[in-house]
Design a protein around this ligand. Structure first.
Ligand code: HEM
Length: 428
């Protein structure tokens, strides 16, 4: 294994990996489950020819018009989540609220968004006082199990599952089959408990895929596998990023005020509920968006990327044999003074000054042909969450900074002294 921590070497590796589809993380377990069970391959597949057929489906997520259309919906879901903080939280003596498990609470928000996008349905995870239907809950549990198993596979080079069906392999297999069954039932309108169908005129992804899939010779089950891949990829990653950004806000009260003022001006409101943010309004929230960009630069929840090259190469004078796992150390670059002045300081105006940021020094969504197709969706979710949170609450945190913890996705380490307190603006 080799770790590279400078933008030039990162660029070299990403460019070399173009056209080979090679990724190199330890994701073979996902292919093993598909092959053993005659299931279609996930978008995470290492089988390059299979990946090439399905990647065009997820590329639709990158279409700017999709995000424009989705913005008001994401904004409404963010507003619901903010309204649910008191239901999910614990009231403190001073009248503020804390979320005892902030990451799980944020998963409700990101899951609800992805379900709406992929299935055109609402599970009601962010709806106040709503009980989630049992079969929908099972799907959520399956997705969470898949995320947990895939994340631990990513961090390990243990391939025992190739020879013996390990408990971890069995869990991934069971969850994958169960999620496929539920997605199939939804598609065929056969859920045990009917769900609210969104009537905002947007097509769900499964429908969009159907047309594309025909061209690529993909089956109905291939579409479901891609769809589940999108859900699995988009929940924990985005909630981790939301959590980082809320912590950054909490330790920067003056920034909260700057964002609040910008929001009130752009939306032309100061009281009453925040209307759903429209795409042209989101465009004008430049300080908010630049704040988020710099917060995730300082604390990229996906700290590392991986690639495998199928030829010998030389990097910085070192000979790297083919098939070596190459770790692209995004986190290291993002916090290096050589590339970012005062790197631990989050400054929404950094990008006004440093207009020429090298794209290979900002790798939180990866780059190249296997880069994250969900990055625009994820960013829209984070922007909308921040806007709705700062509109309703002041965030307080006794600590001056936060530590990040892994393994896998990095999230702020929460302890007794640095819990975020949500203080309602109305109570001030
Ligand atoms: C903040 C949230 C997110 C982060 C930090 C993130 C990060 C990443 C990264 C680092 C990769 C690998 C890129 C590479 O190797 O070059 C990736 C792949 C992927 N992401 Fe995301 N992601 C996020 C949200 C999402 C969302 C919301 C979706 C779906 C709507 C999504 C769908 C995917 C898919 C399908 C892949 C696999 C692409 C492929 O292998 O061709 N991600 N993501």
């Amino acid at each position: 294994m080799v770790v590279v921590t400078d933008p030039d070497s990162i660029e070299f590796v990403i460019r070399k990996a173009m056209n080979n589809g090679g990724k190199g993380p330890n994701l073979d377990i996902v292919d093993q489950v598909s092959n053993d069970n005659h299931l279609p391959h996930s978008i995470a597949t290492q089988e390059v020819e299979k990946w090439k057929k399905t990647r065009p489906l997820v590329n639709v997520l990158l279409h700017p018009s999709l995000i424009n259309n989705l913005s008001p919906r994401i904004s409404s879901i963010a507003q619901e989540w903010v309204m649910k903080i008191q239901e999910l939280g614990r009231k403190q003596g001073d009248g503020s609220w804390v979320l005892p498990n902030m990451k799980s609470a944020l998963n409700l928000y990101t899951m609800e968004n992805i379900i709406a996008l992929s299935l055109g349905k609402r599970f009601g995870l962010t709806t106040p006082k709503k009980q989630v239907p049992e079969d929908a809950q099972q799907y959520i549990n399956d997705v969470e199990e898949m995320v947990a198993r895939i994340s631990s596979a990513l961090l390990s080079s243990n391939t025992l599952y190739k020879y013996v069906k390990t408990p971890s392999y069995r869990k991934l297999e069971q969850a994958t089959k169960s999620a496929m069954n539920y997605a199939r039932r939804i598609r065929q309108g056969q859920m045990i408990t009917p769900l609210e169908t969104l009537d905002d005129g947007l097509q769900n992804l499964a429908t969009v895929y159907t047309d594309l899939a025909k061209k690529n010779g993909l089956s109905e089950d291939d579409i479901l596998a891609v769809d589940i891949g999108v859900v699995v990829s988009g929940v924990d990653t985005t909630s981790a990023m939301c959590m980082v950004v809320l912590y950054e806000l909490a330790i920067n009260p003056s920034l909260q005020e700057e964002l609040y003022q910008e929001l009130c001006t752009v939306m032309n409101v100061k009281s009453g509920p925040l209307p759903p943010i429209q795409p042209h309004q989101l465009k004008q929230l430049t300080t908010l968006k630049n704040f988020v960009k710099d917060a995730i630069r300082k604390s990229p929840s996906a700290a590392l990327n991986m690639r495998k090259l199928f030829e010998d190469v030389e990097i910085q004078g070192y000979h790297i044999p083919k098939n070596t796992e190459i770790i692209l150390n995004n986190f290291g670059v993002n916090r290096d003074e050589k590339y970012f002045e005062n790197p631990l300081q989050v400054d929404p105006h950094r990008f006004d000054k440093e207009t020429k940021v090298n794209e290979y020094s900002m790798l939180m969504f990866g780059l190249g042909e296997r880069a994250c197709p969900g990055k625009r969706v994820a960013m829209a979710e984070v922007y909308m969450l921040v806007a709705n949170v700062v509109y309703e609450y002041h965030l307080q945190c006794d600590a001056k900074d936060y530590e990040l913890k892994g393994p896998g996705l990095l999230v702020p380490q929460v302890n007794e002294t640095n819990q975020i307190k949500f203080v309602s603006r109305e109570s001030k």
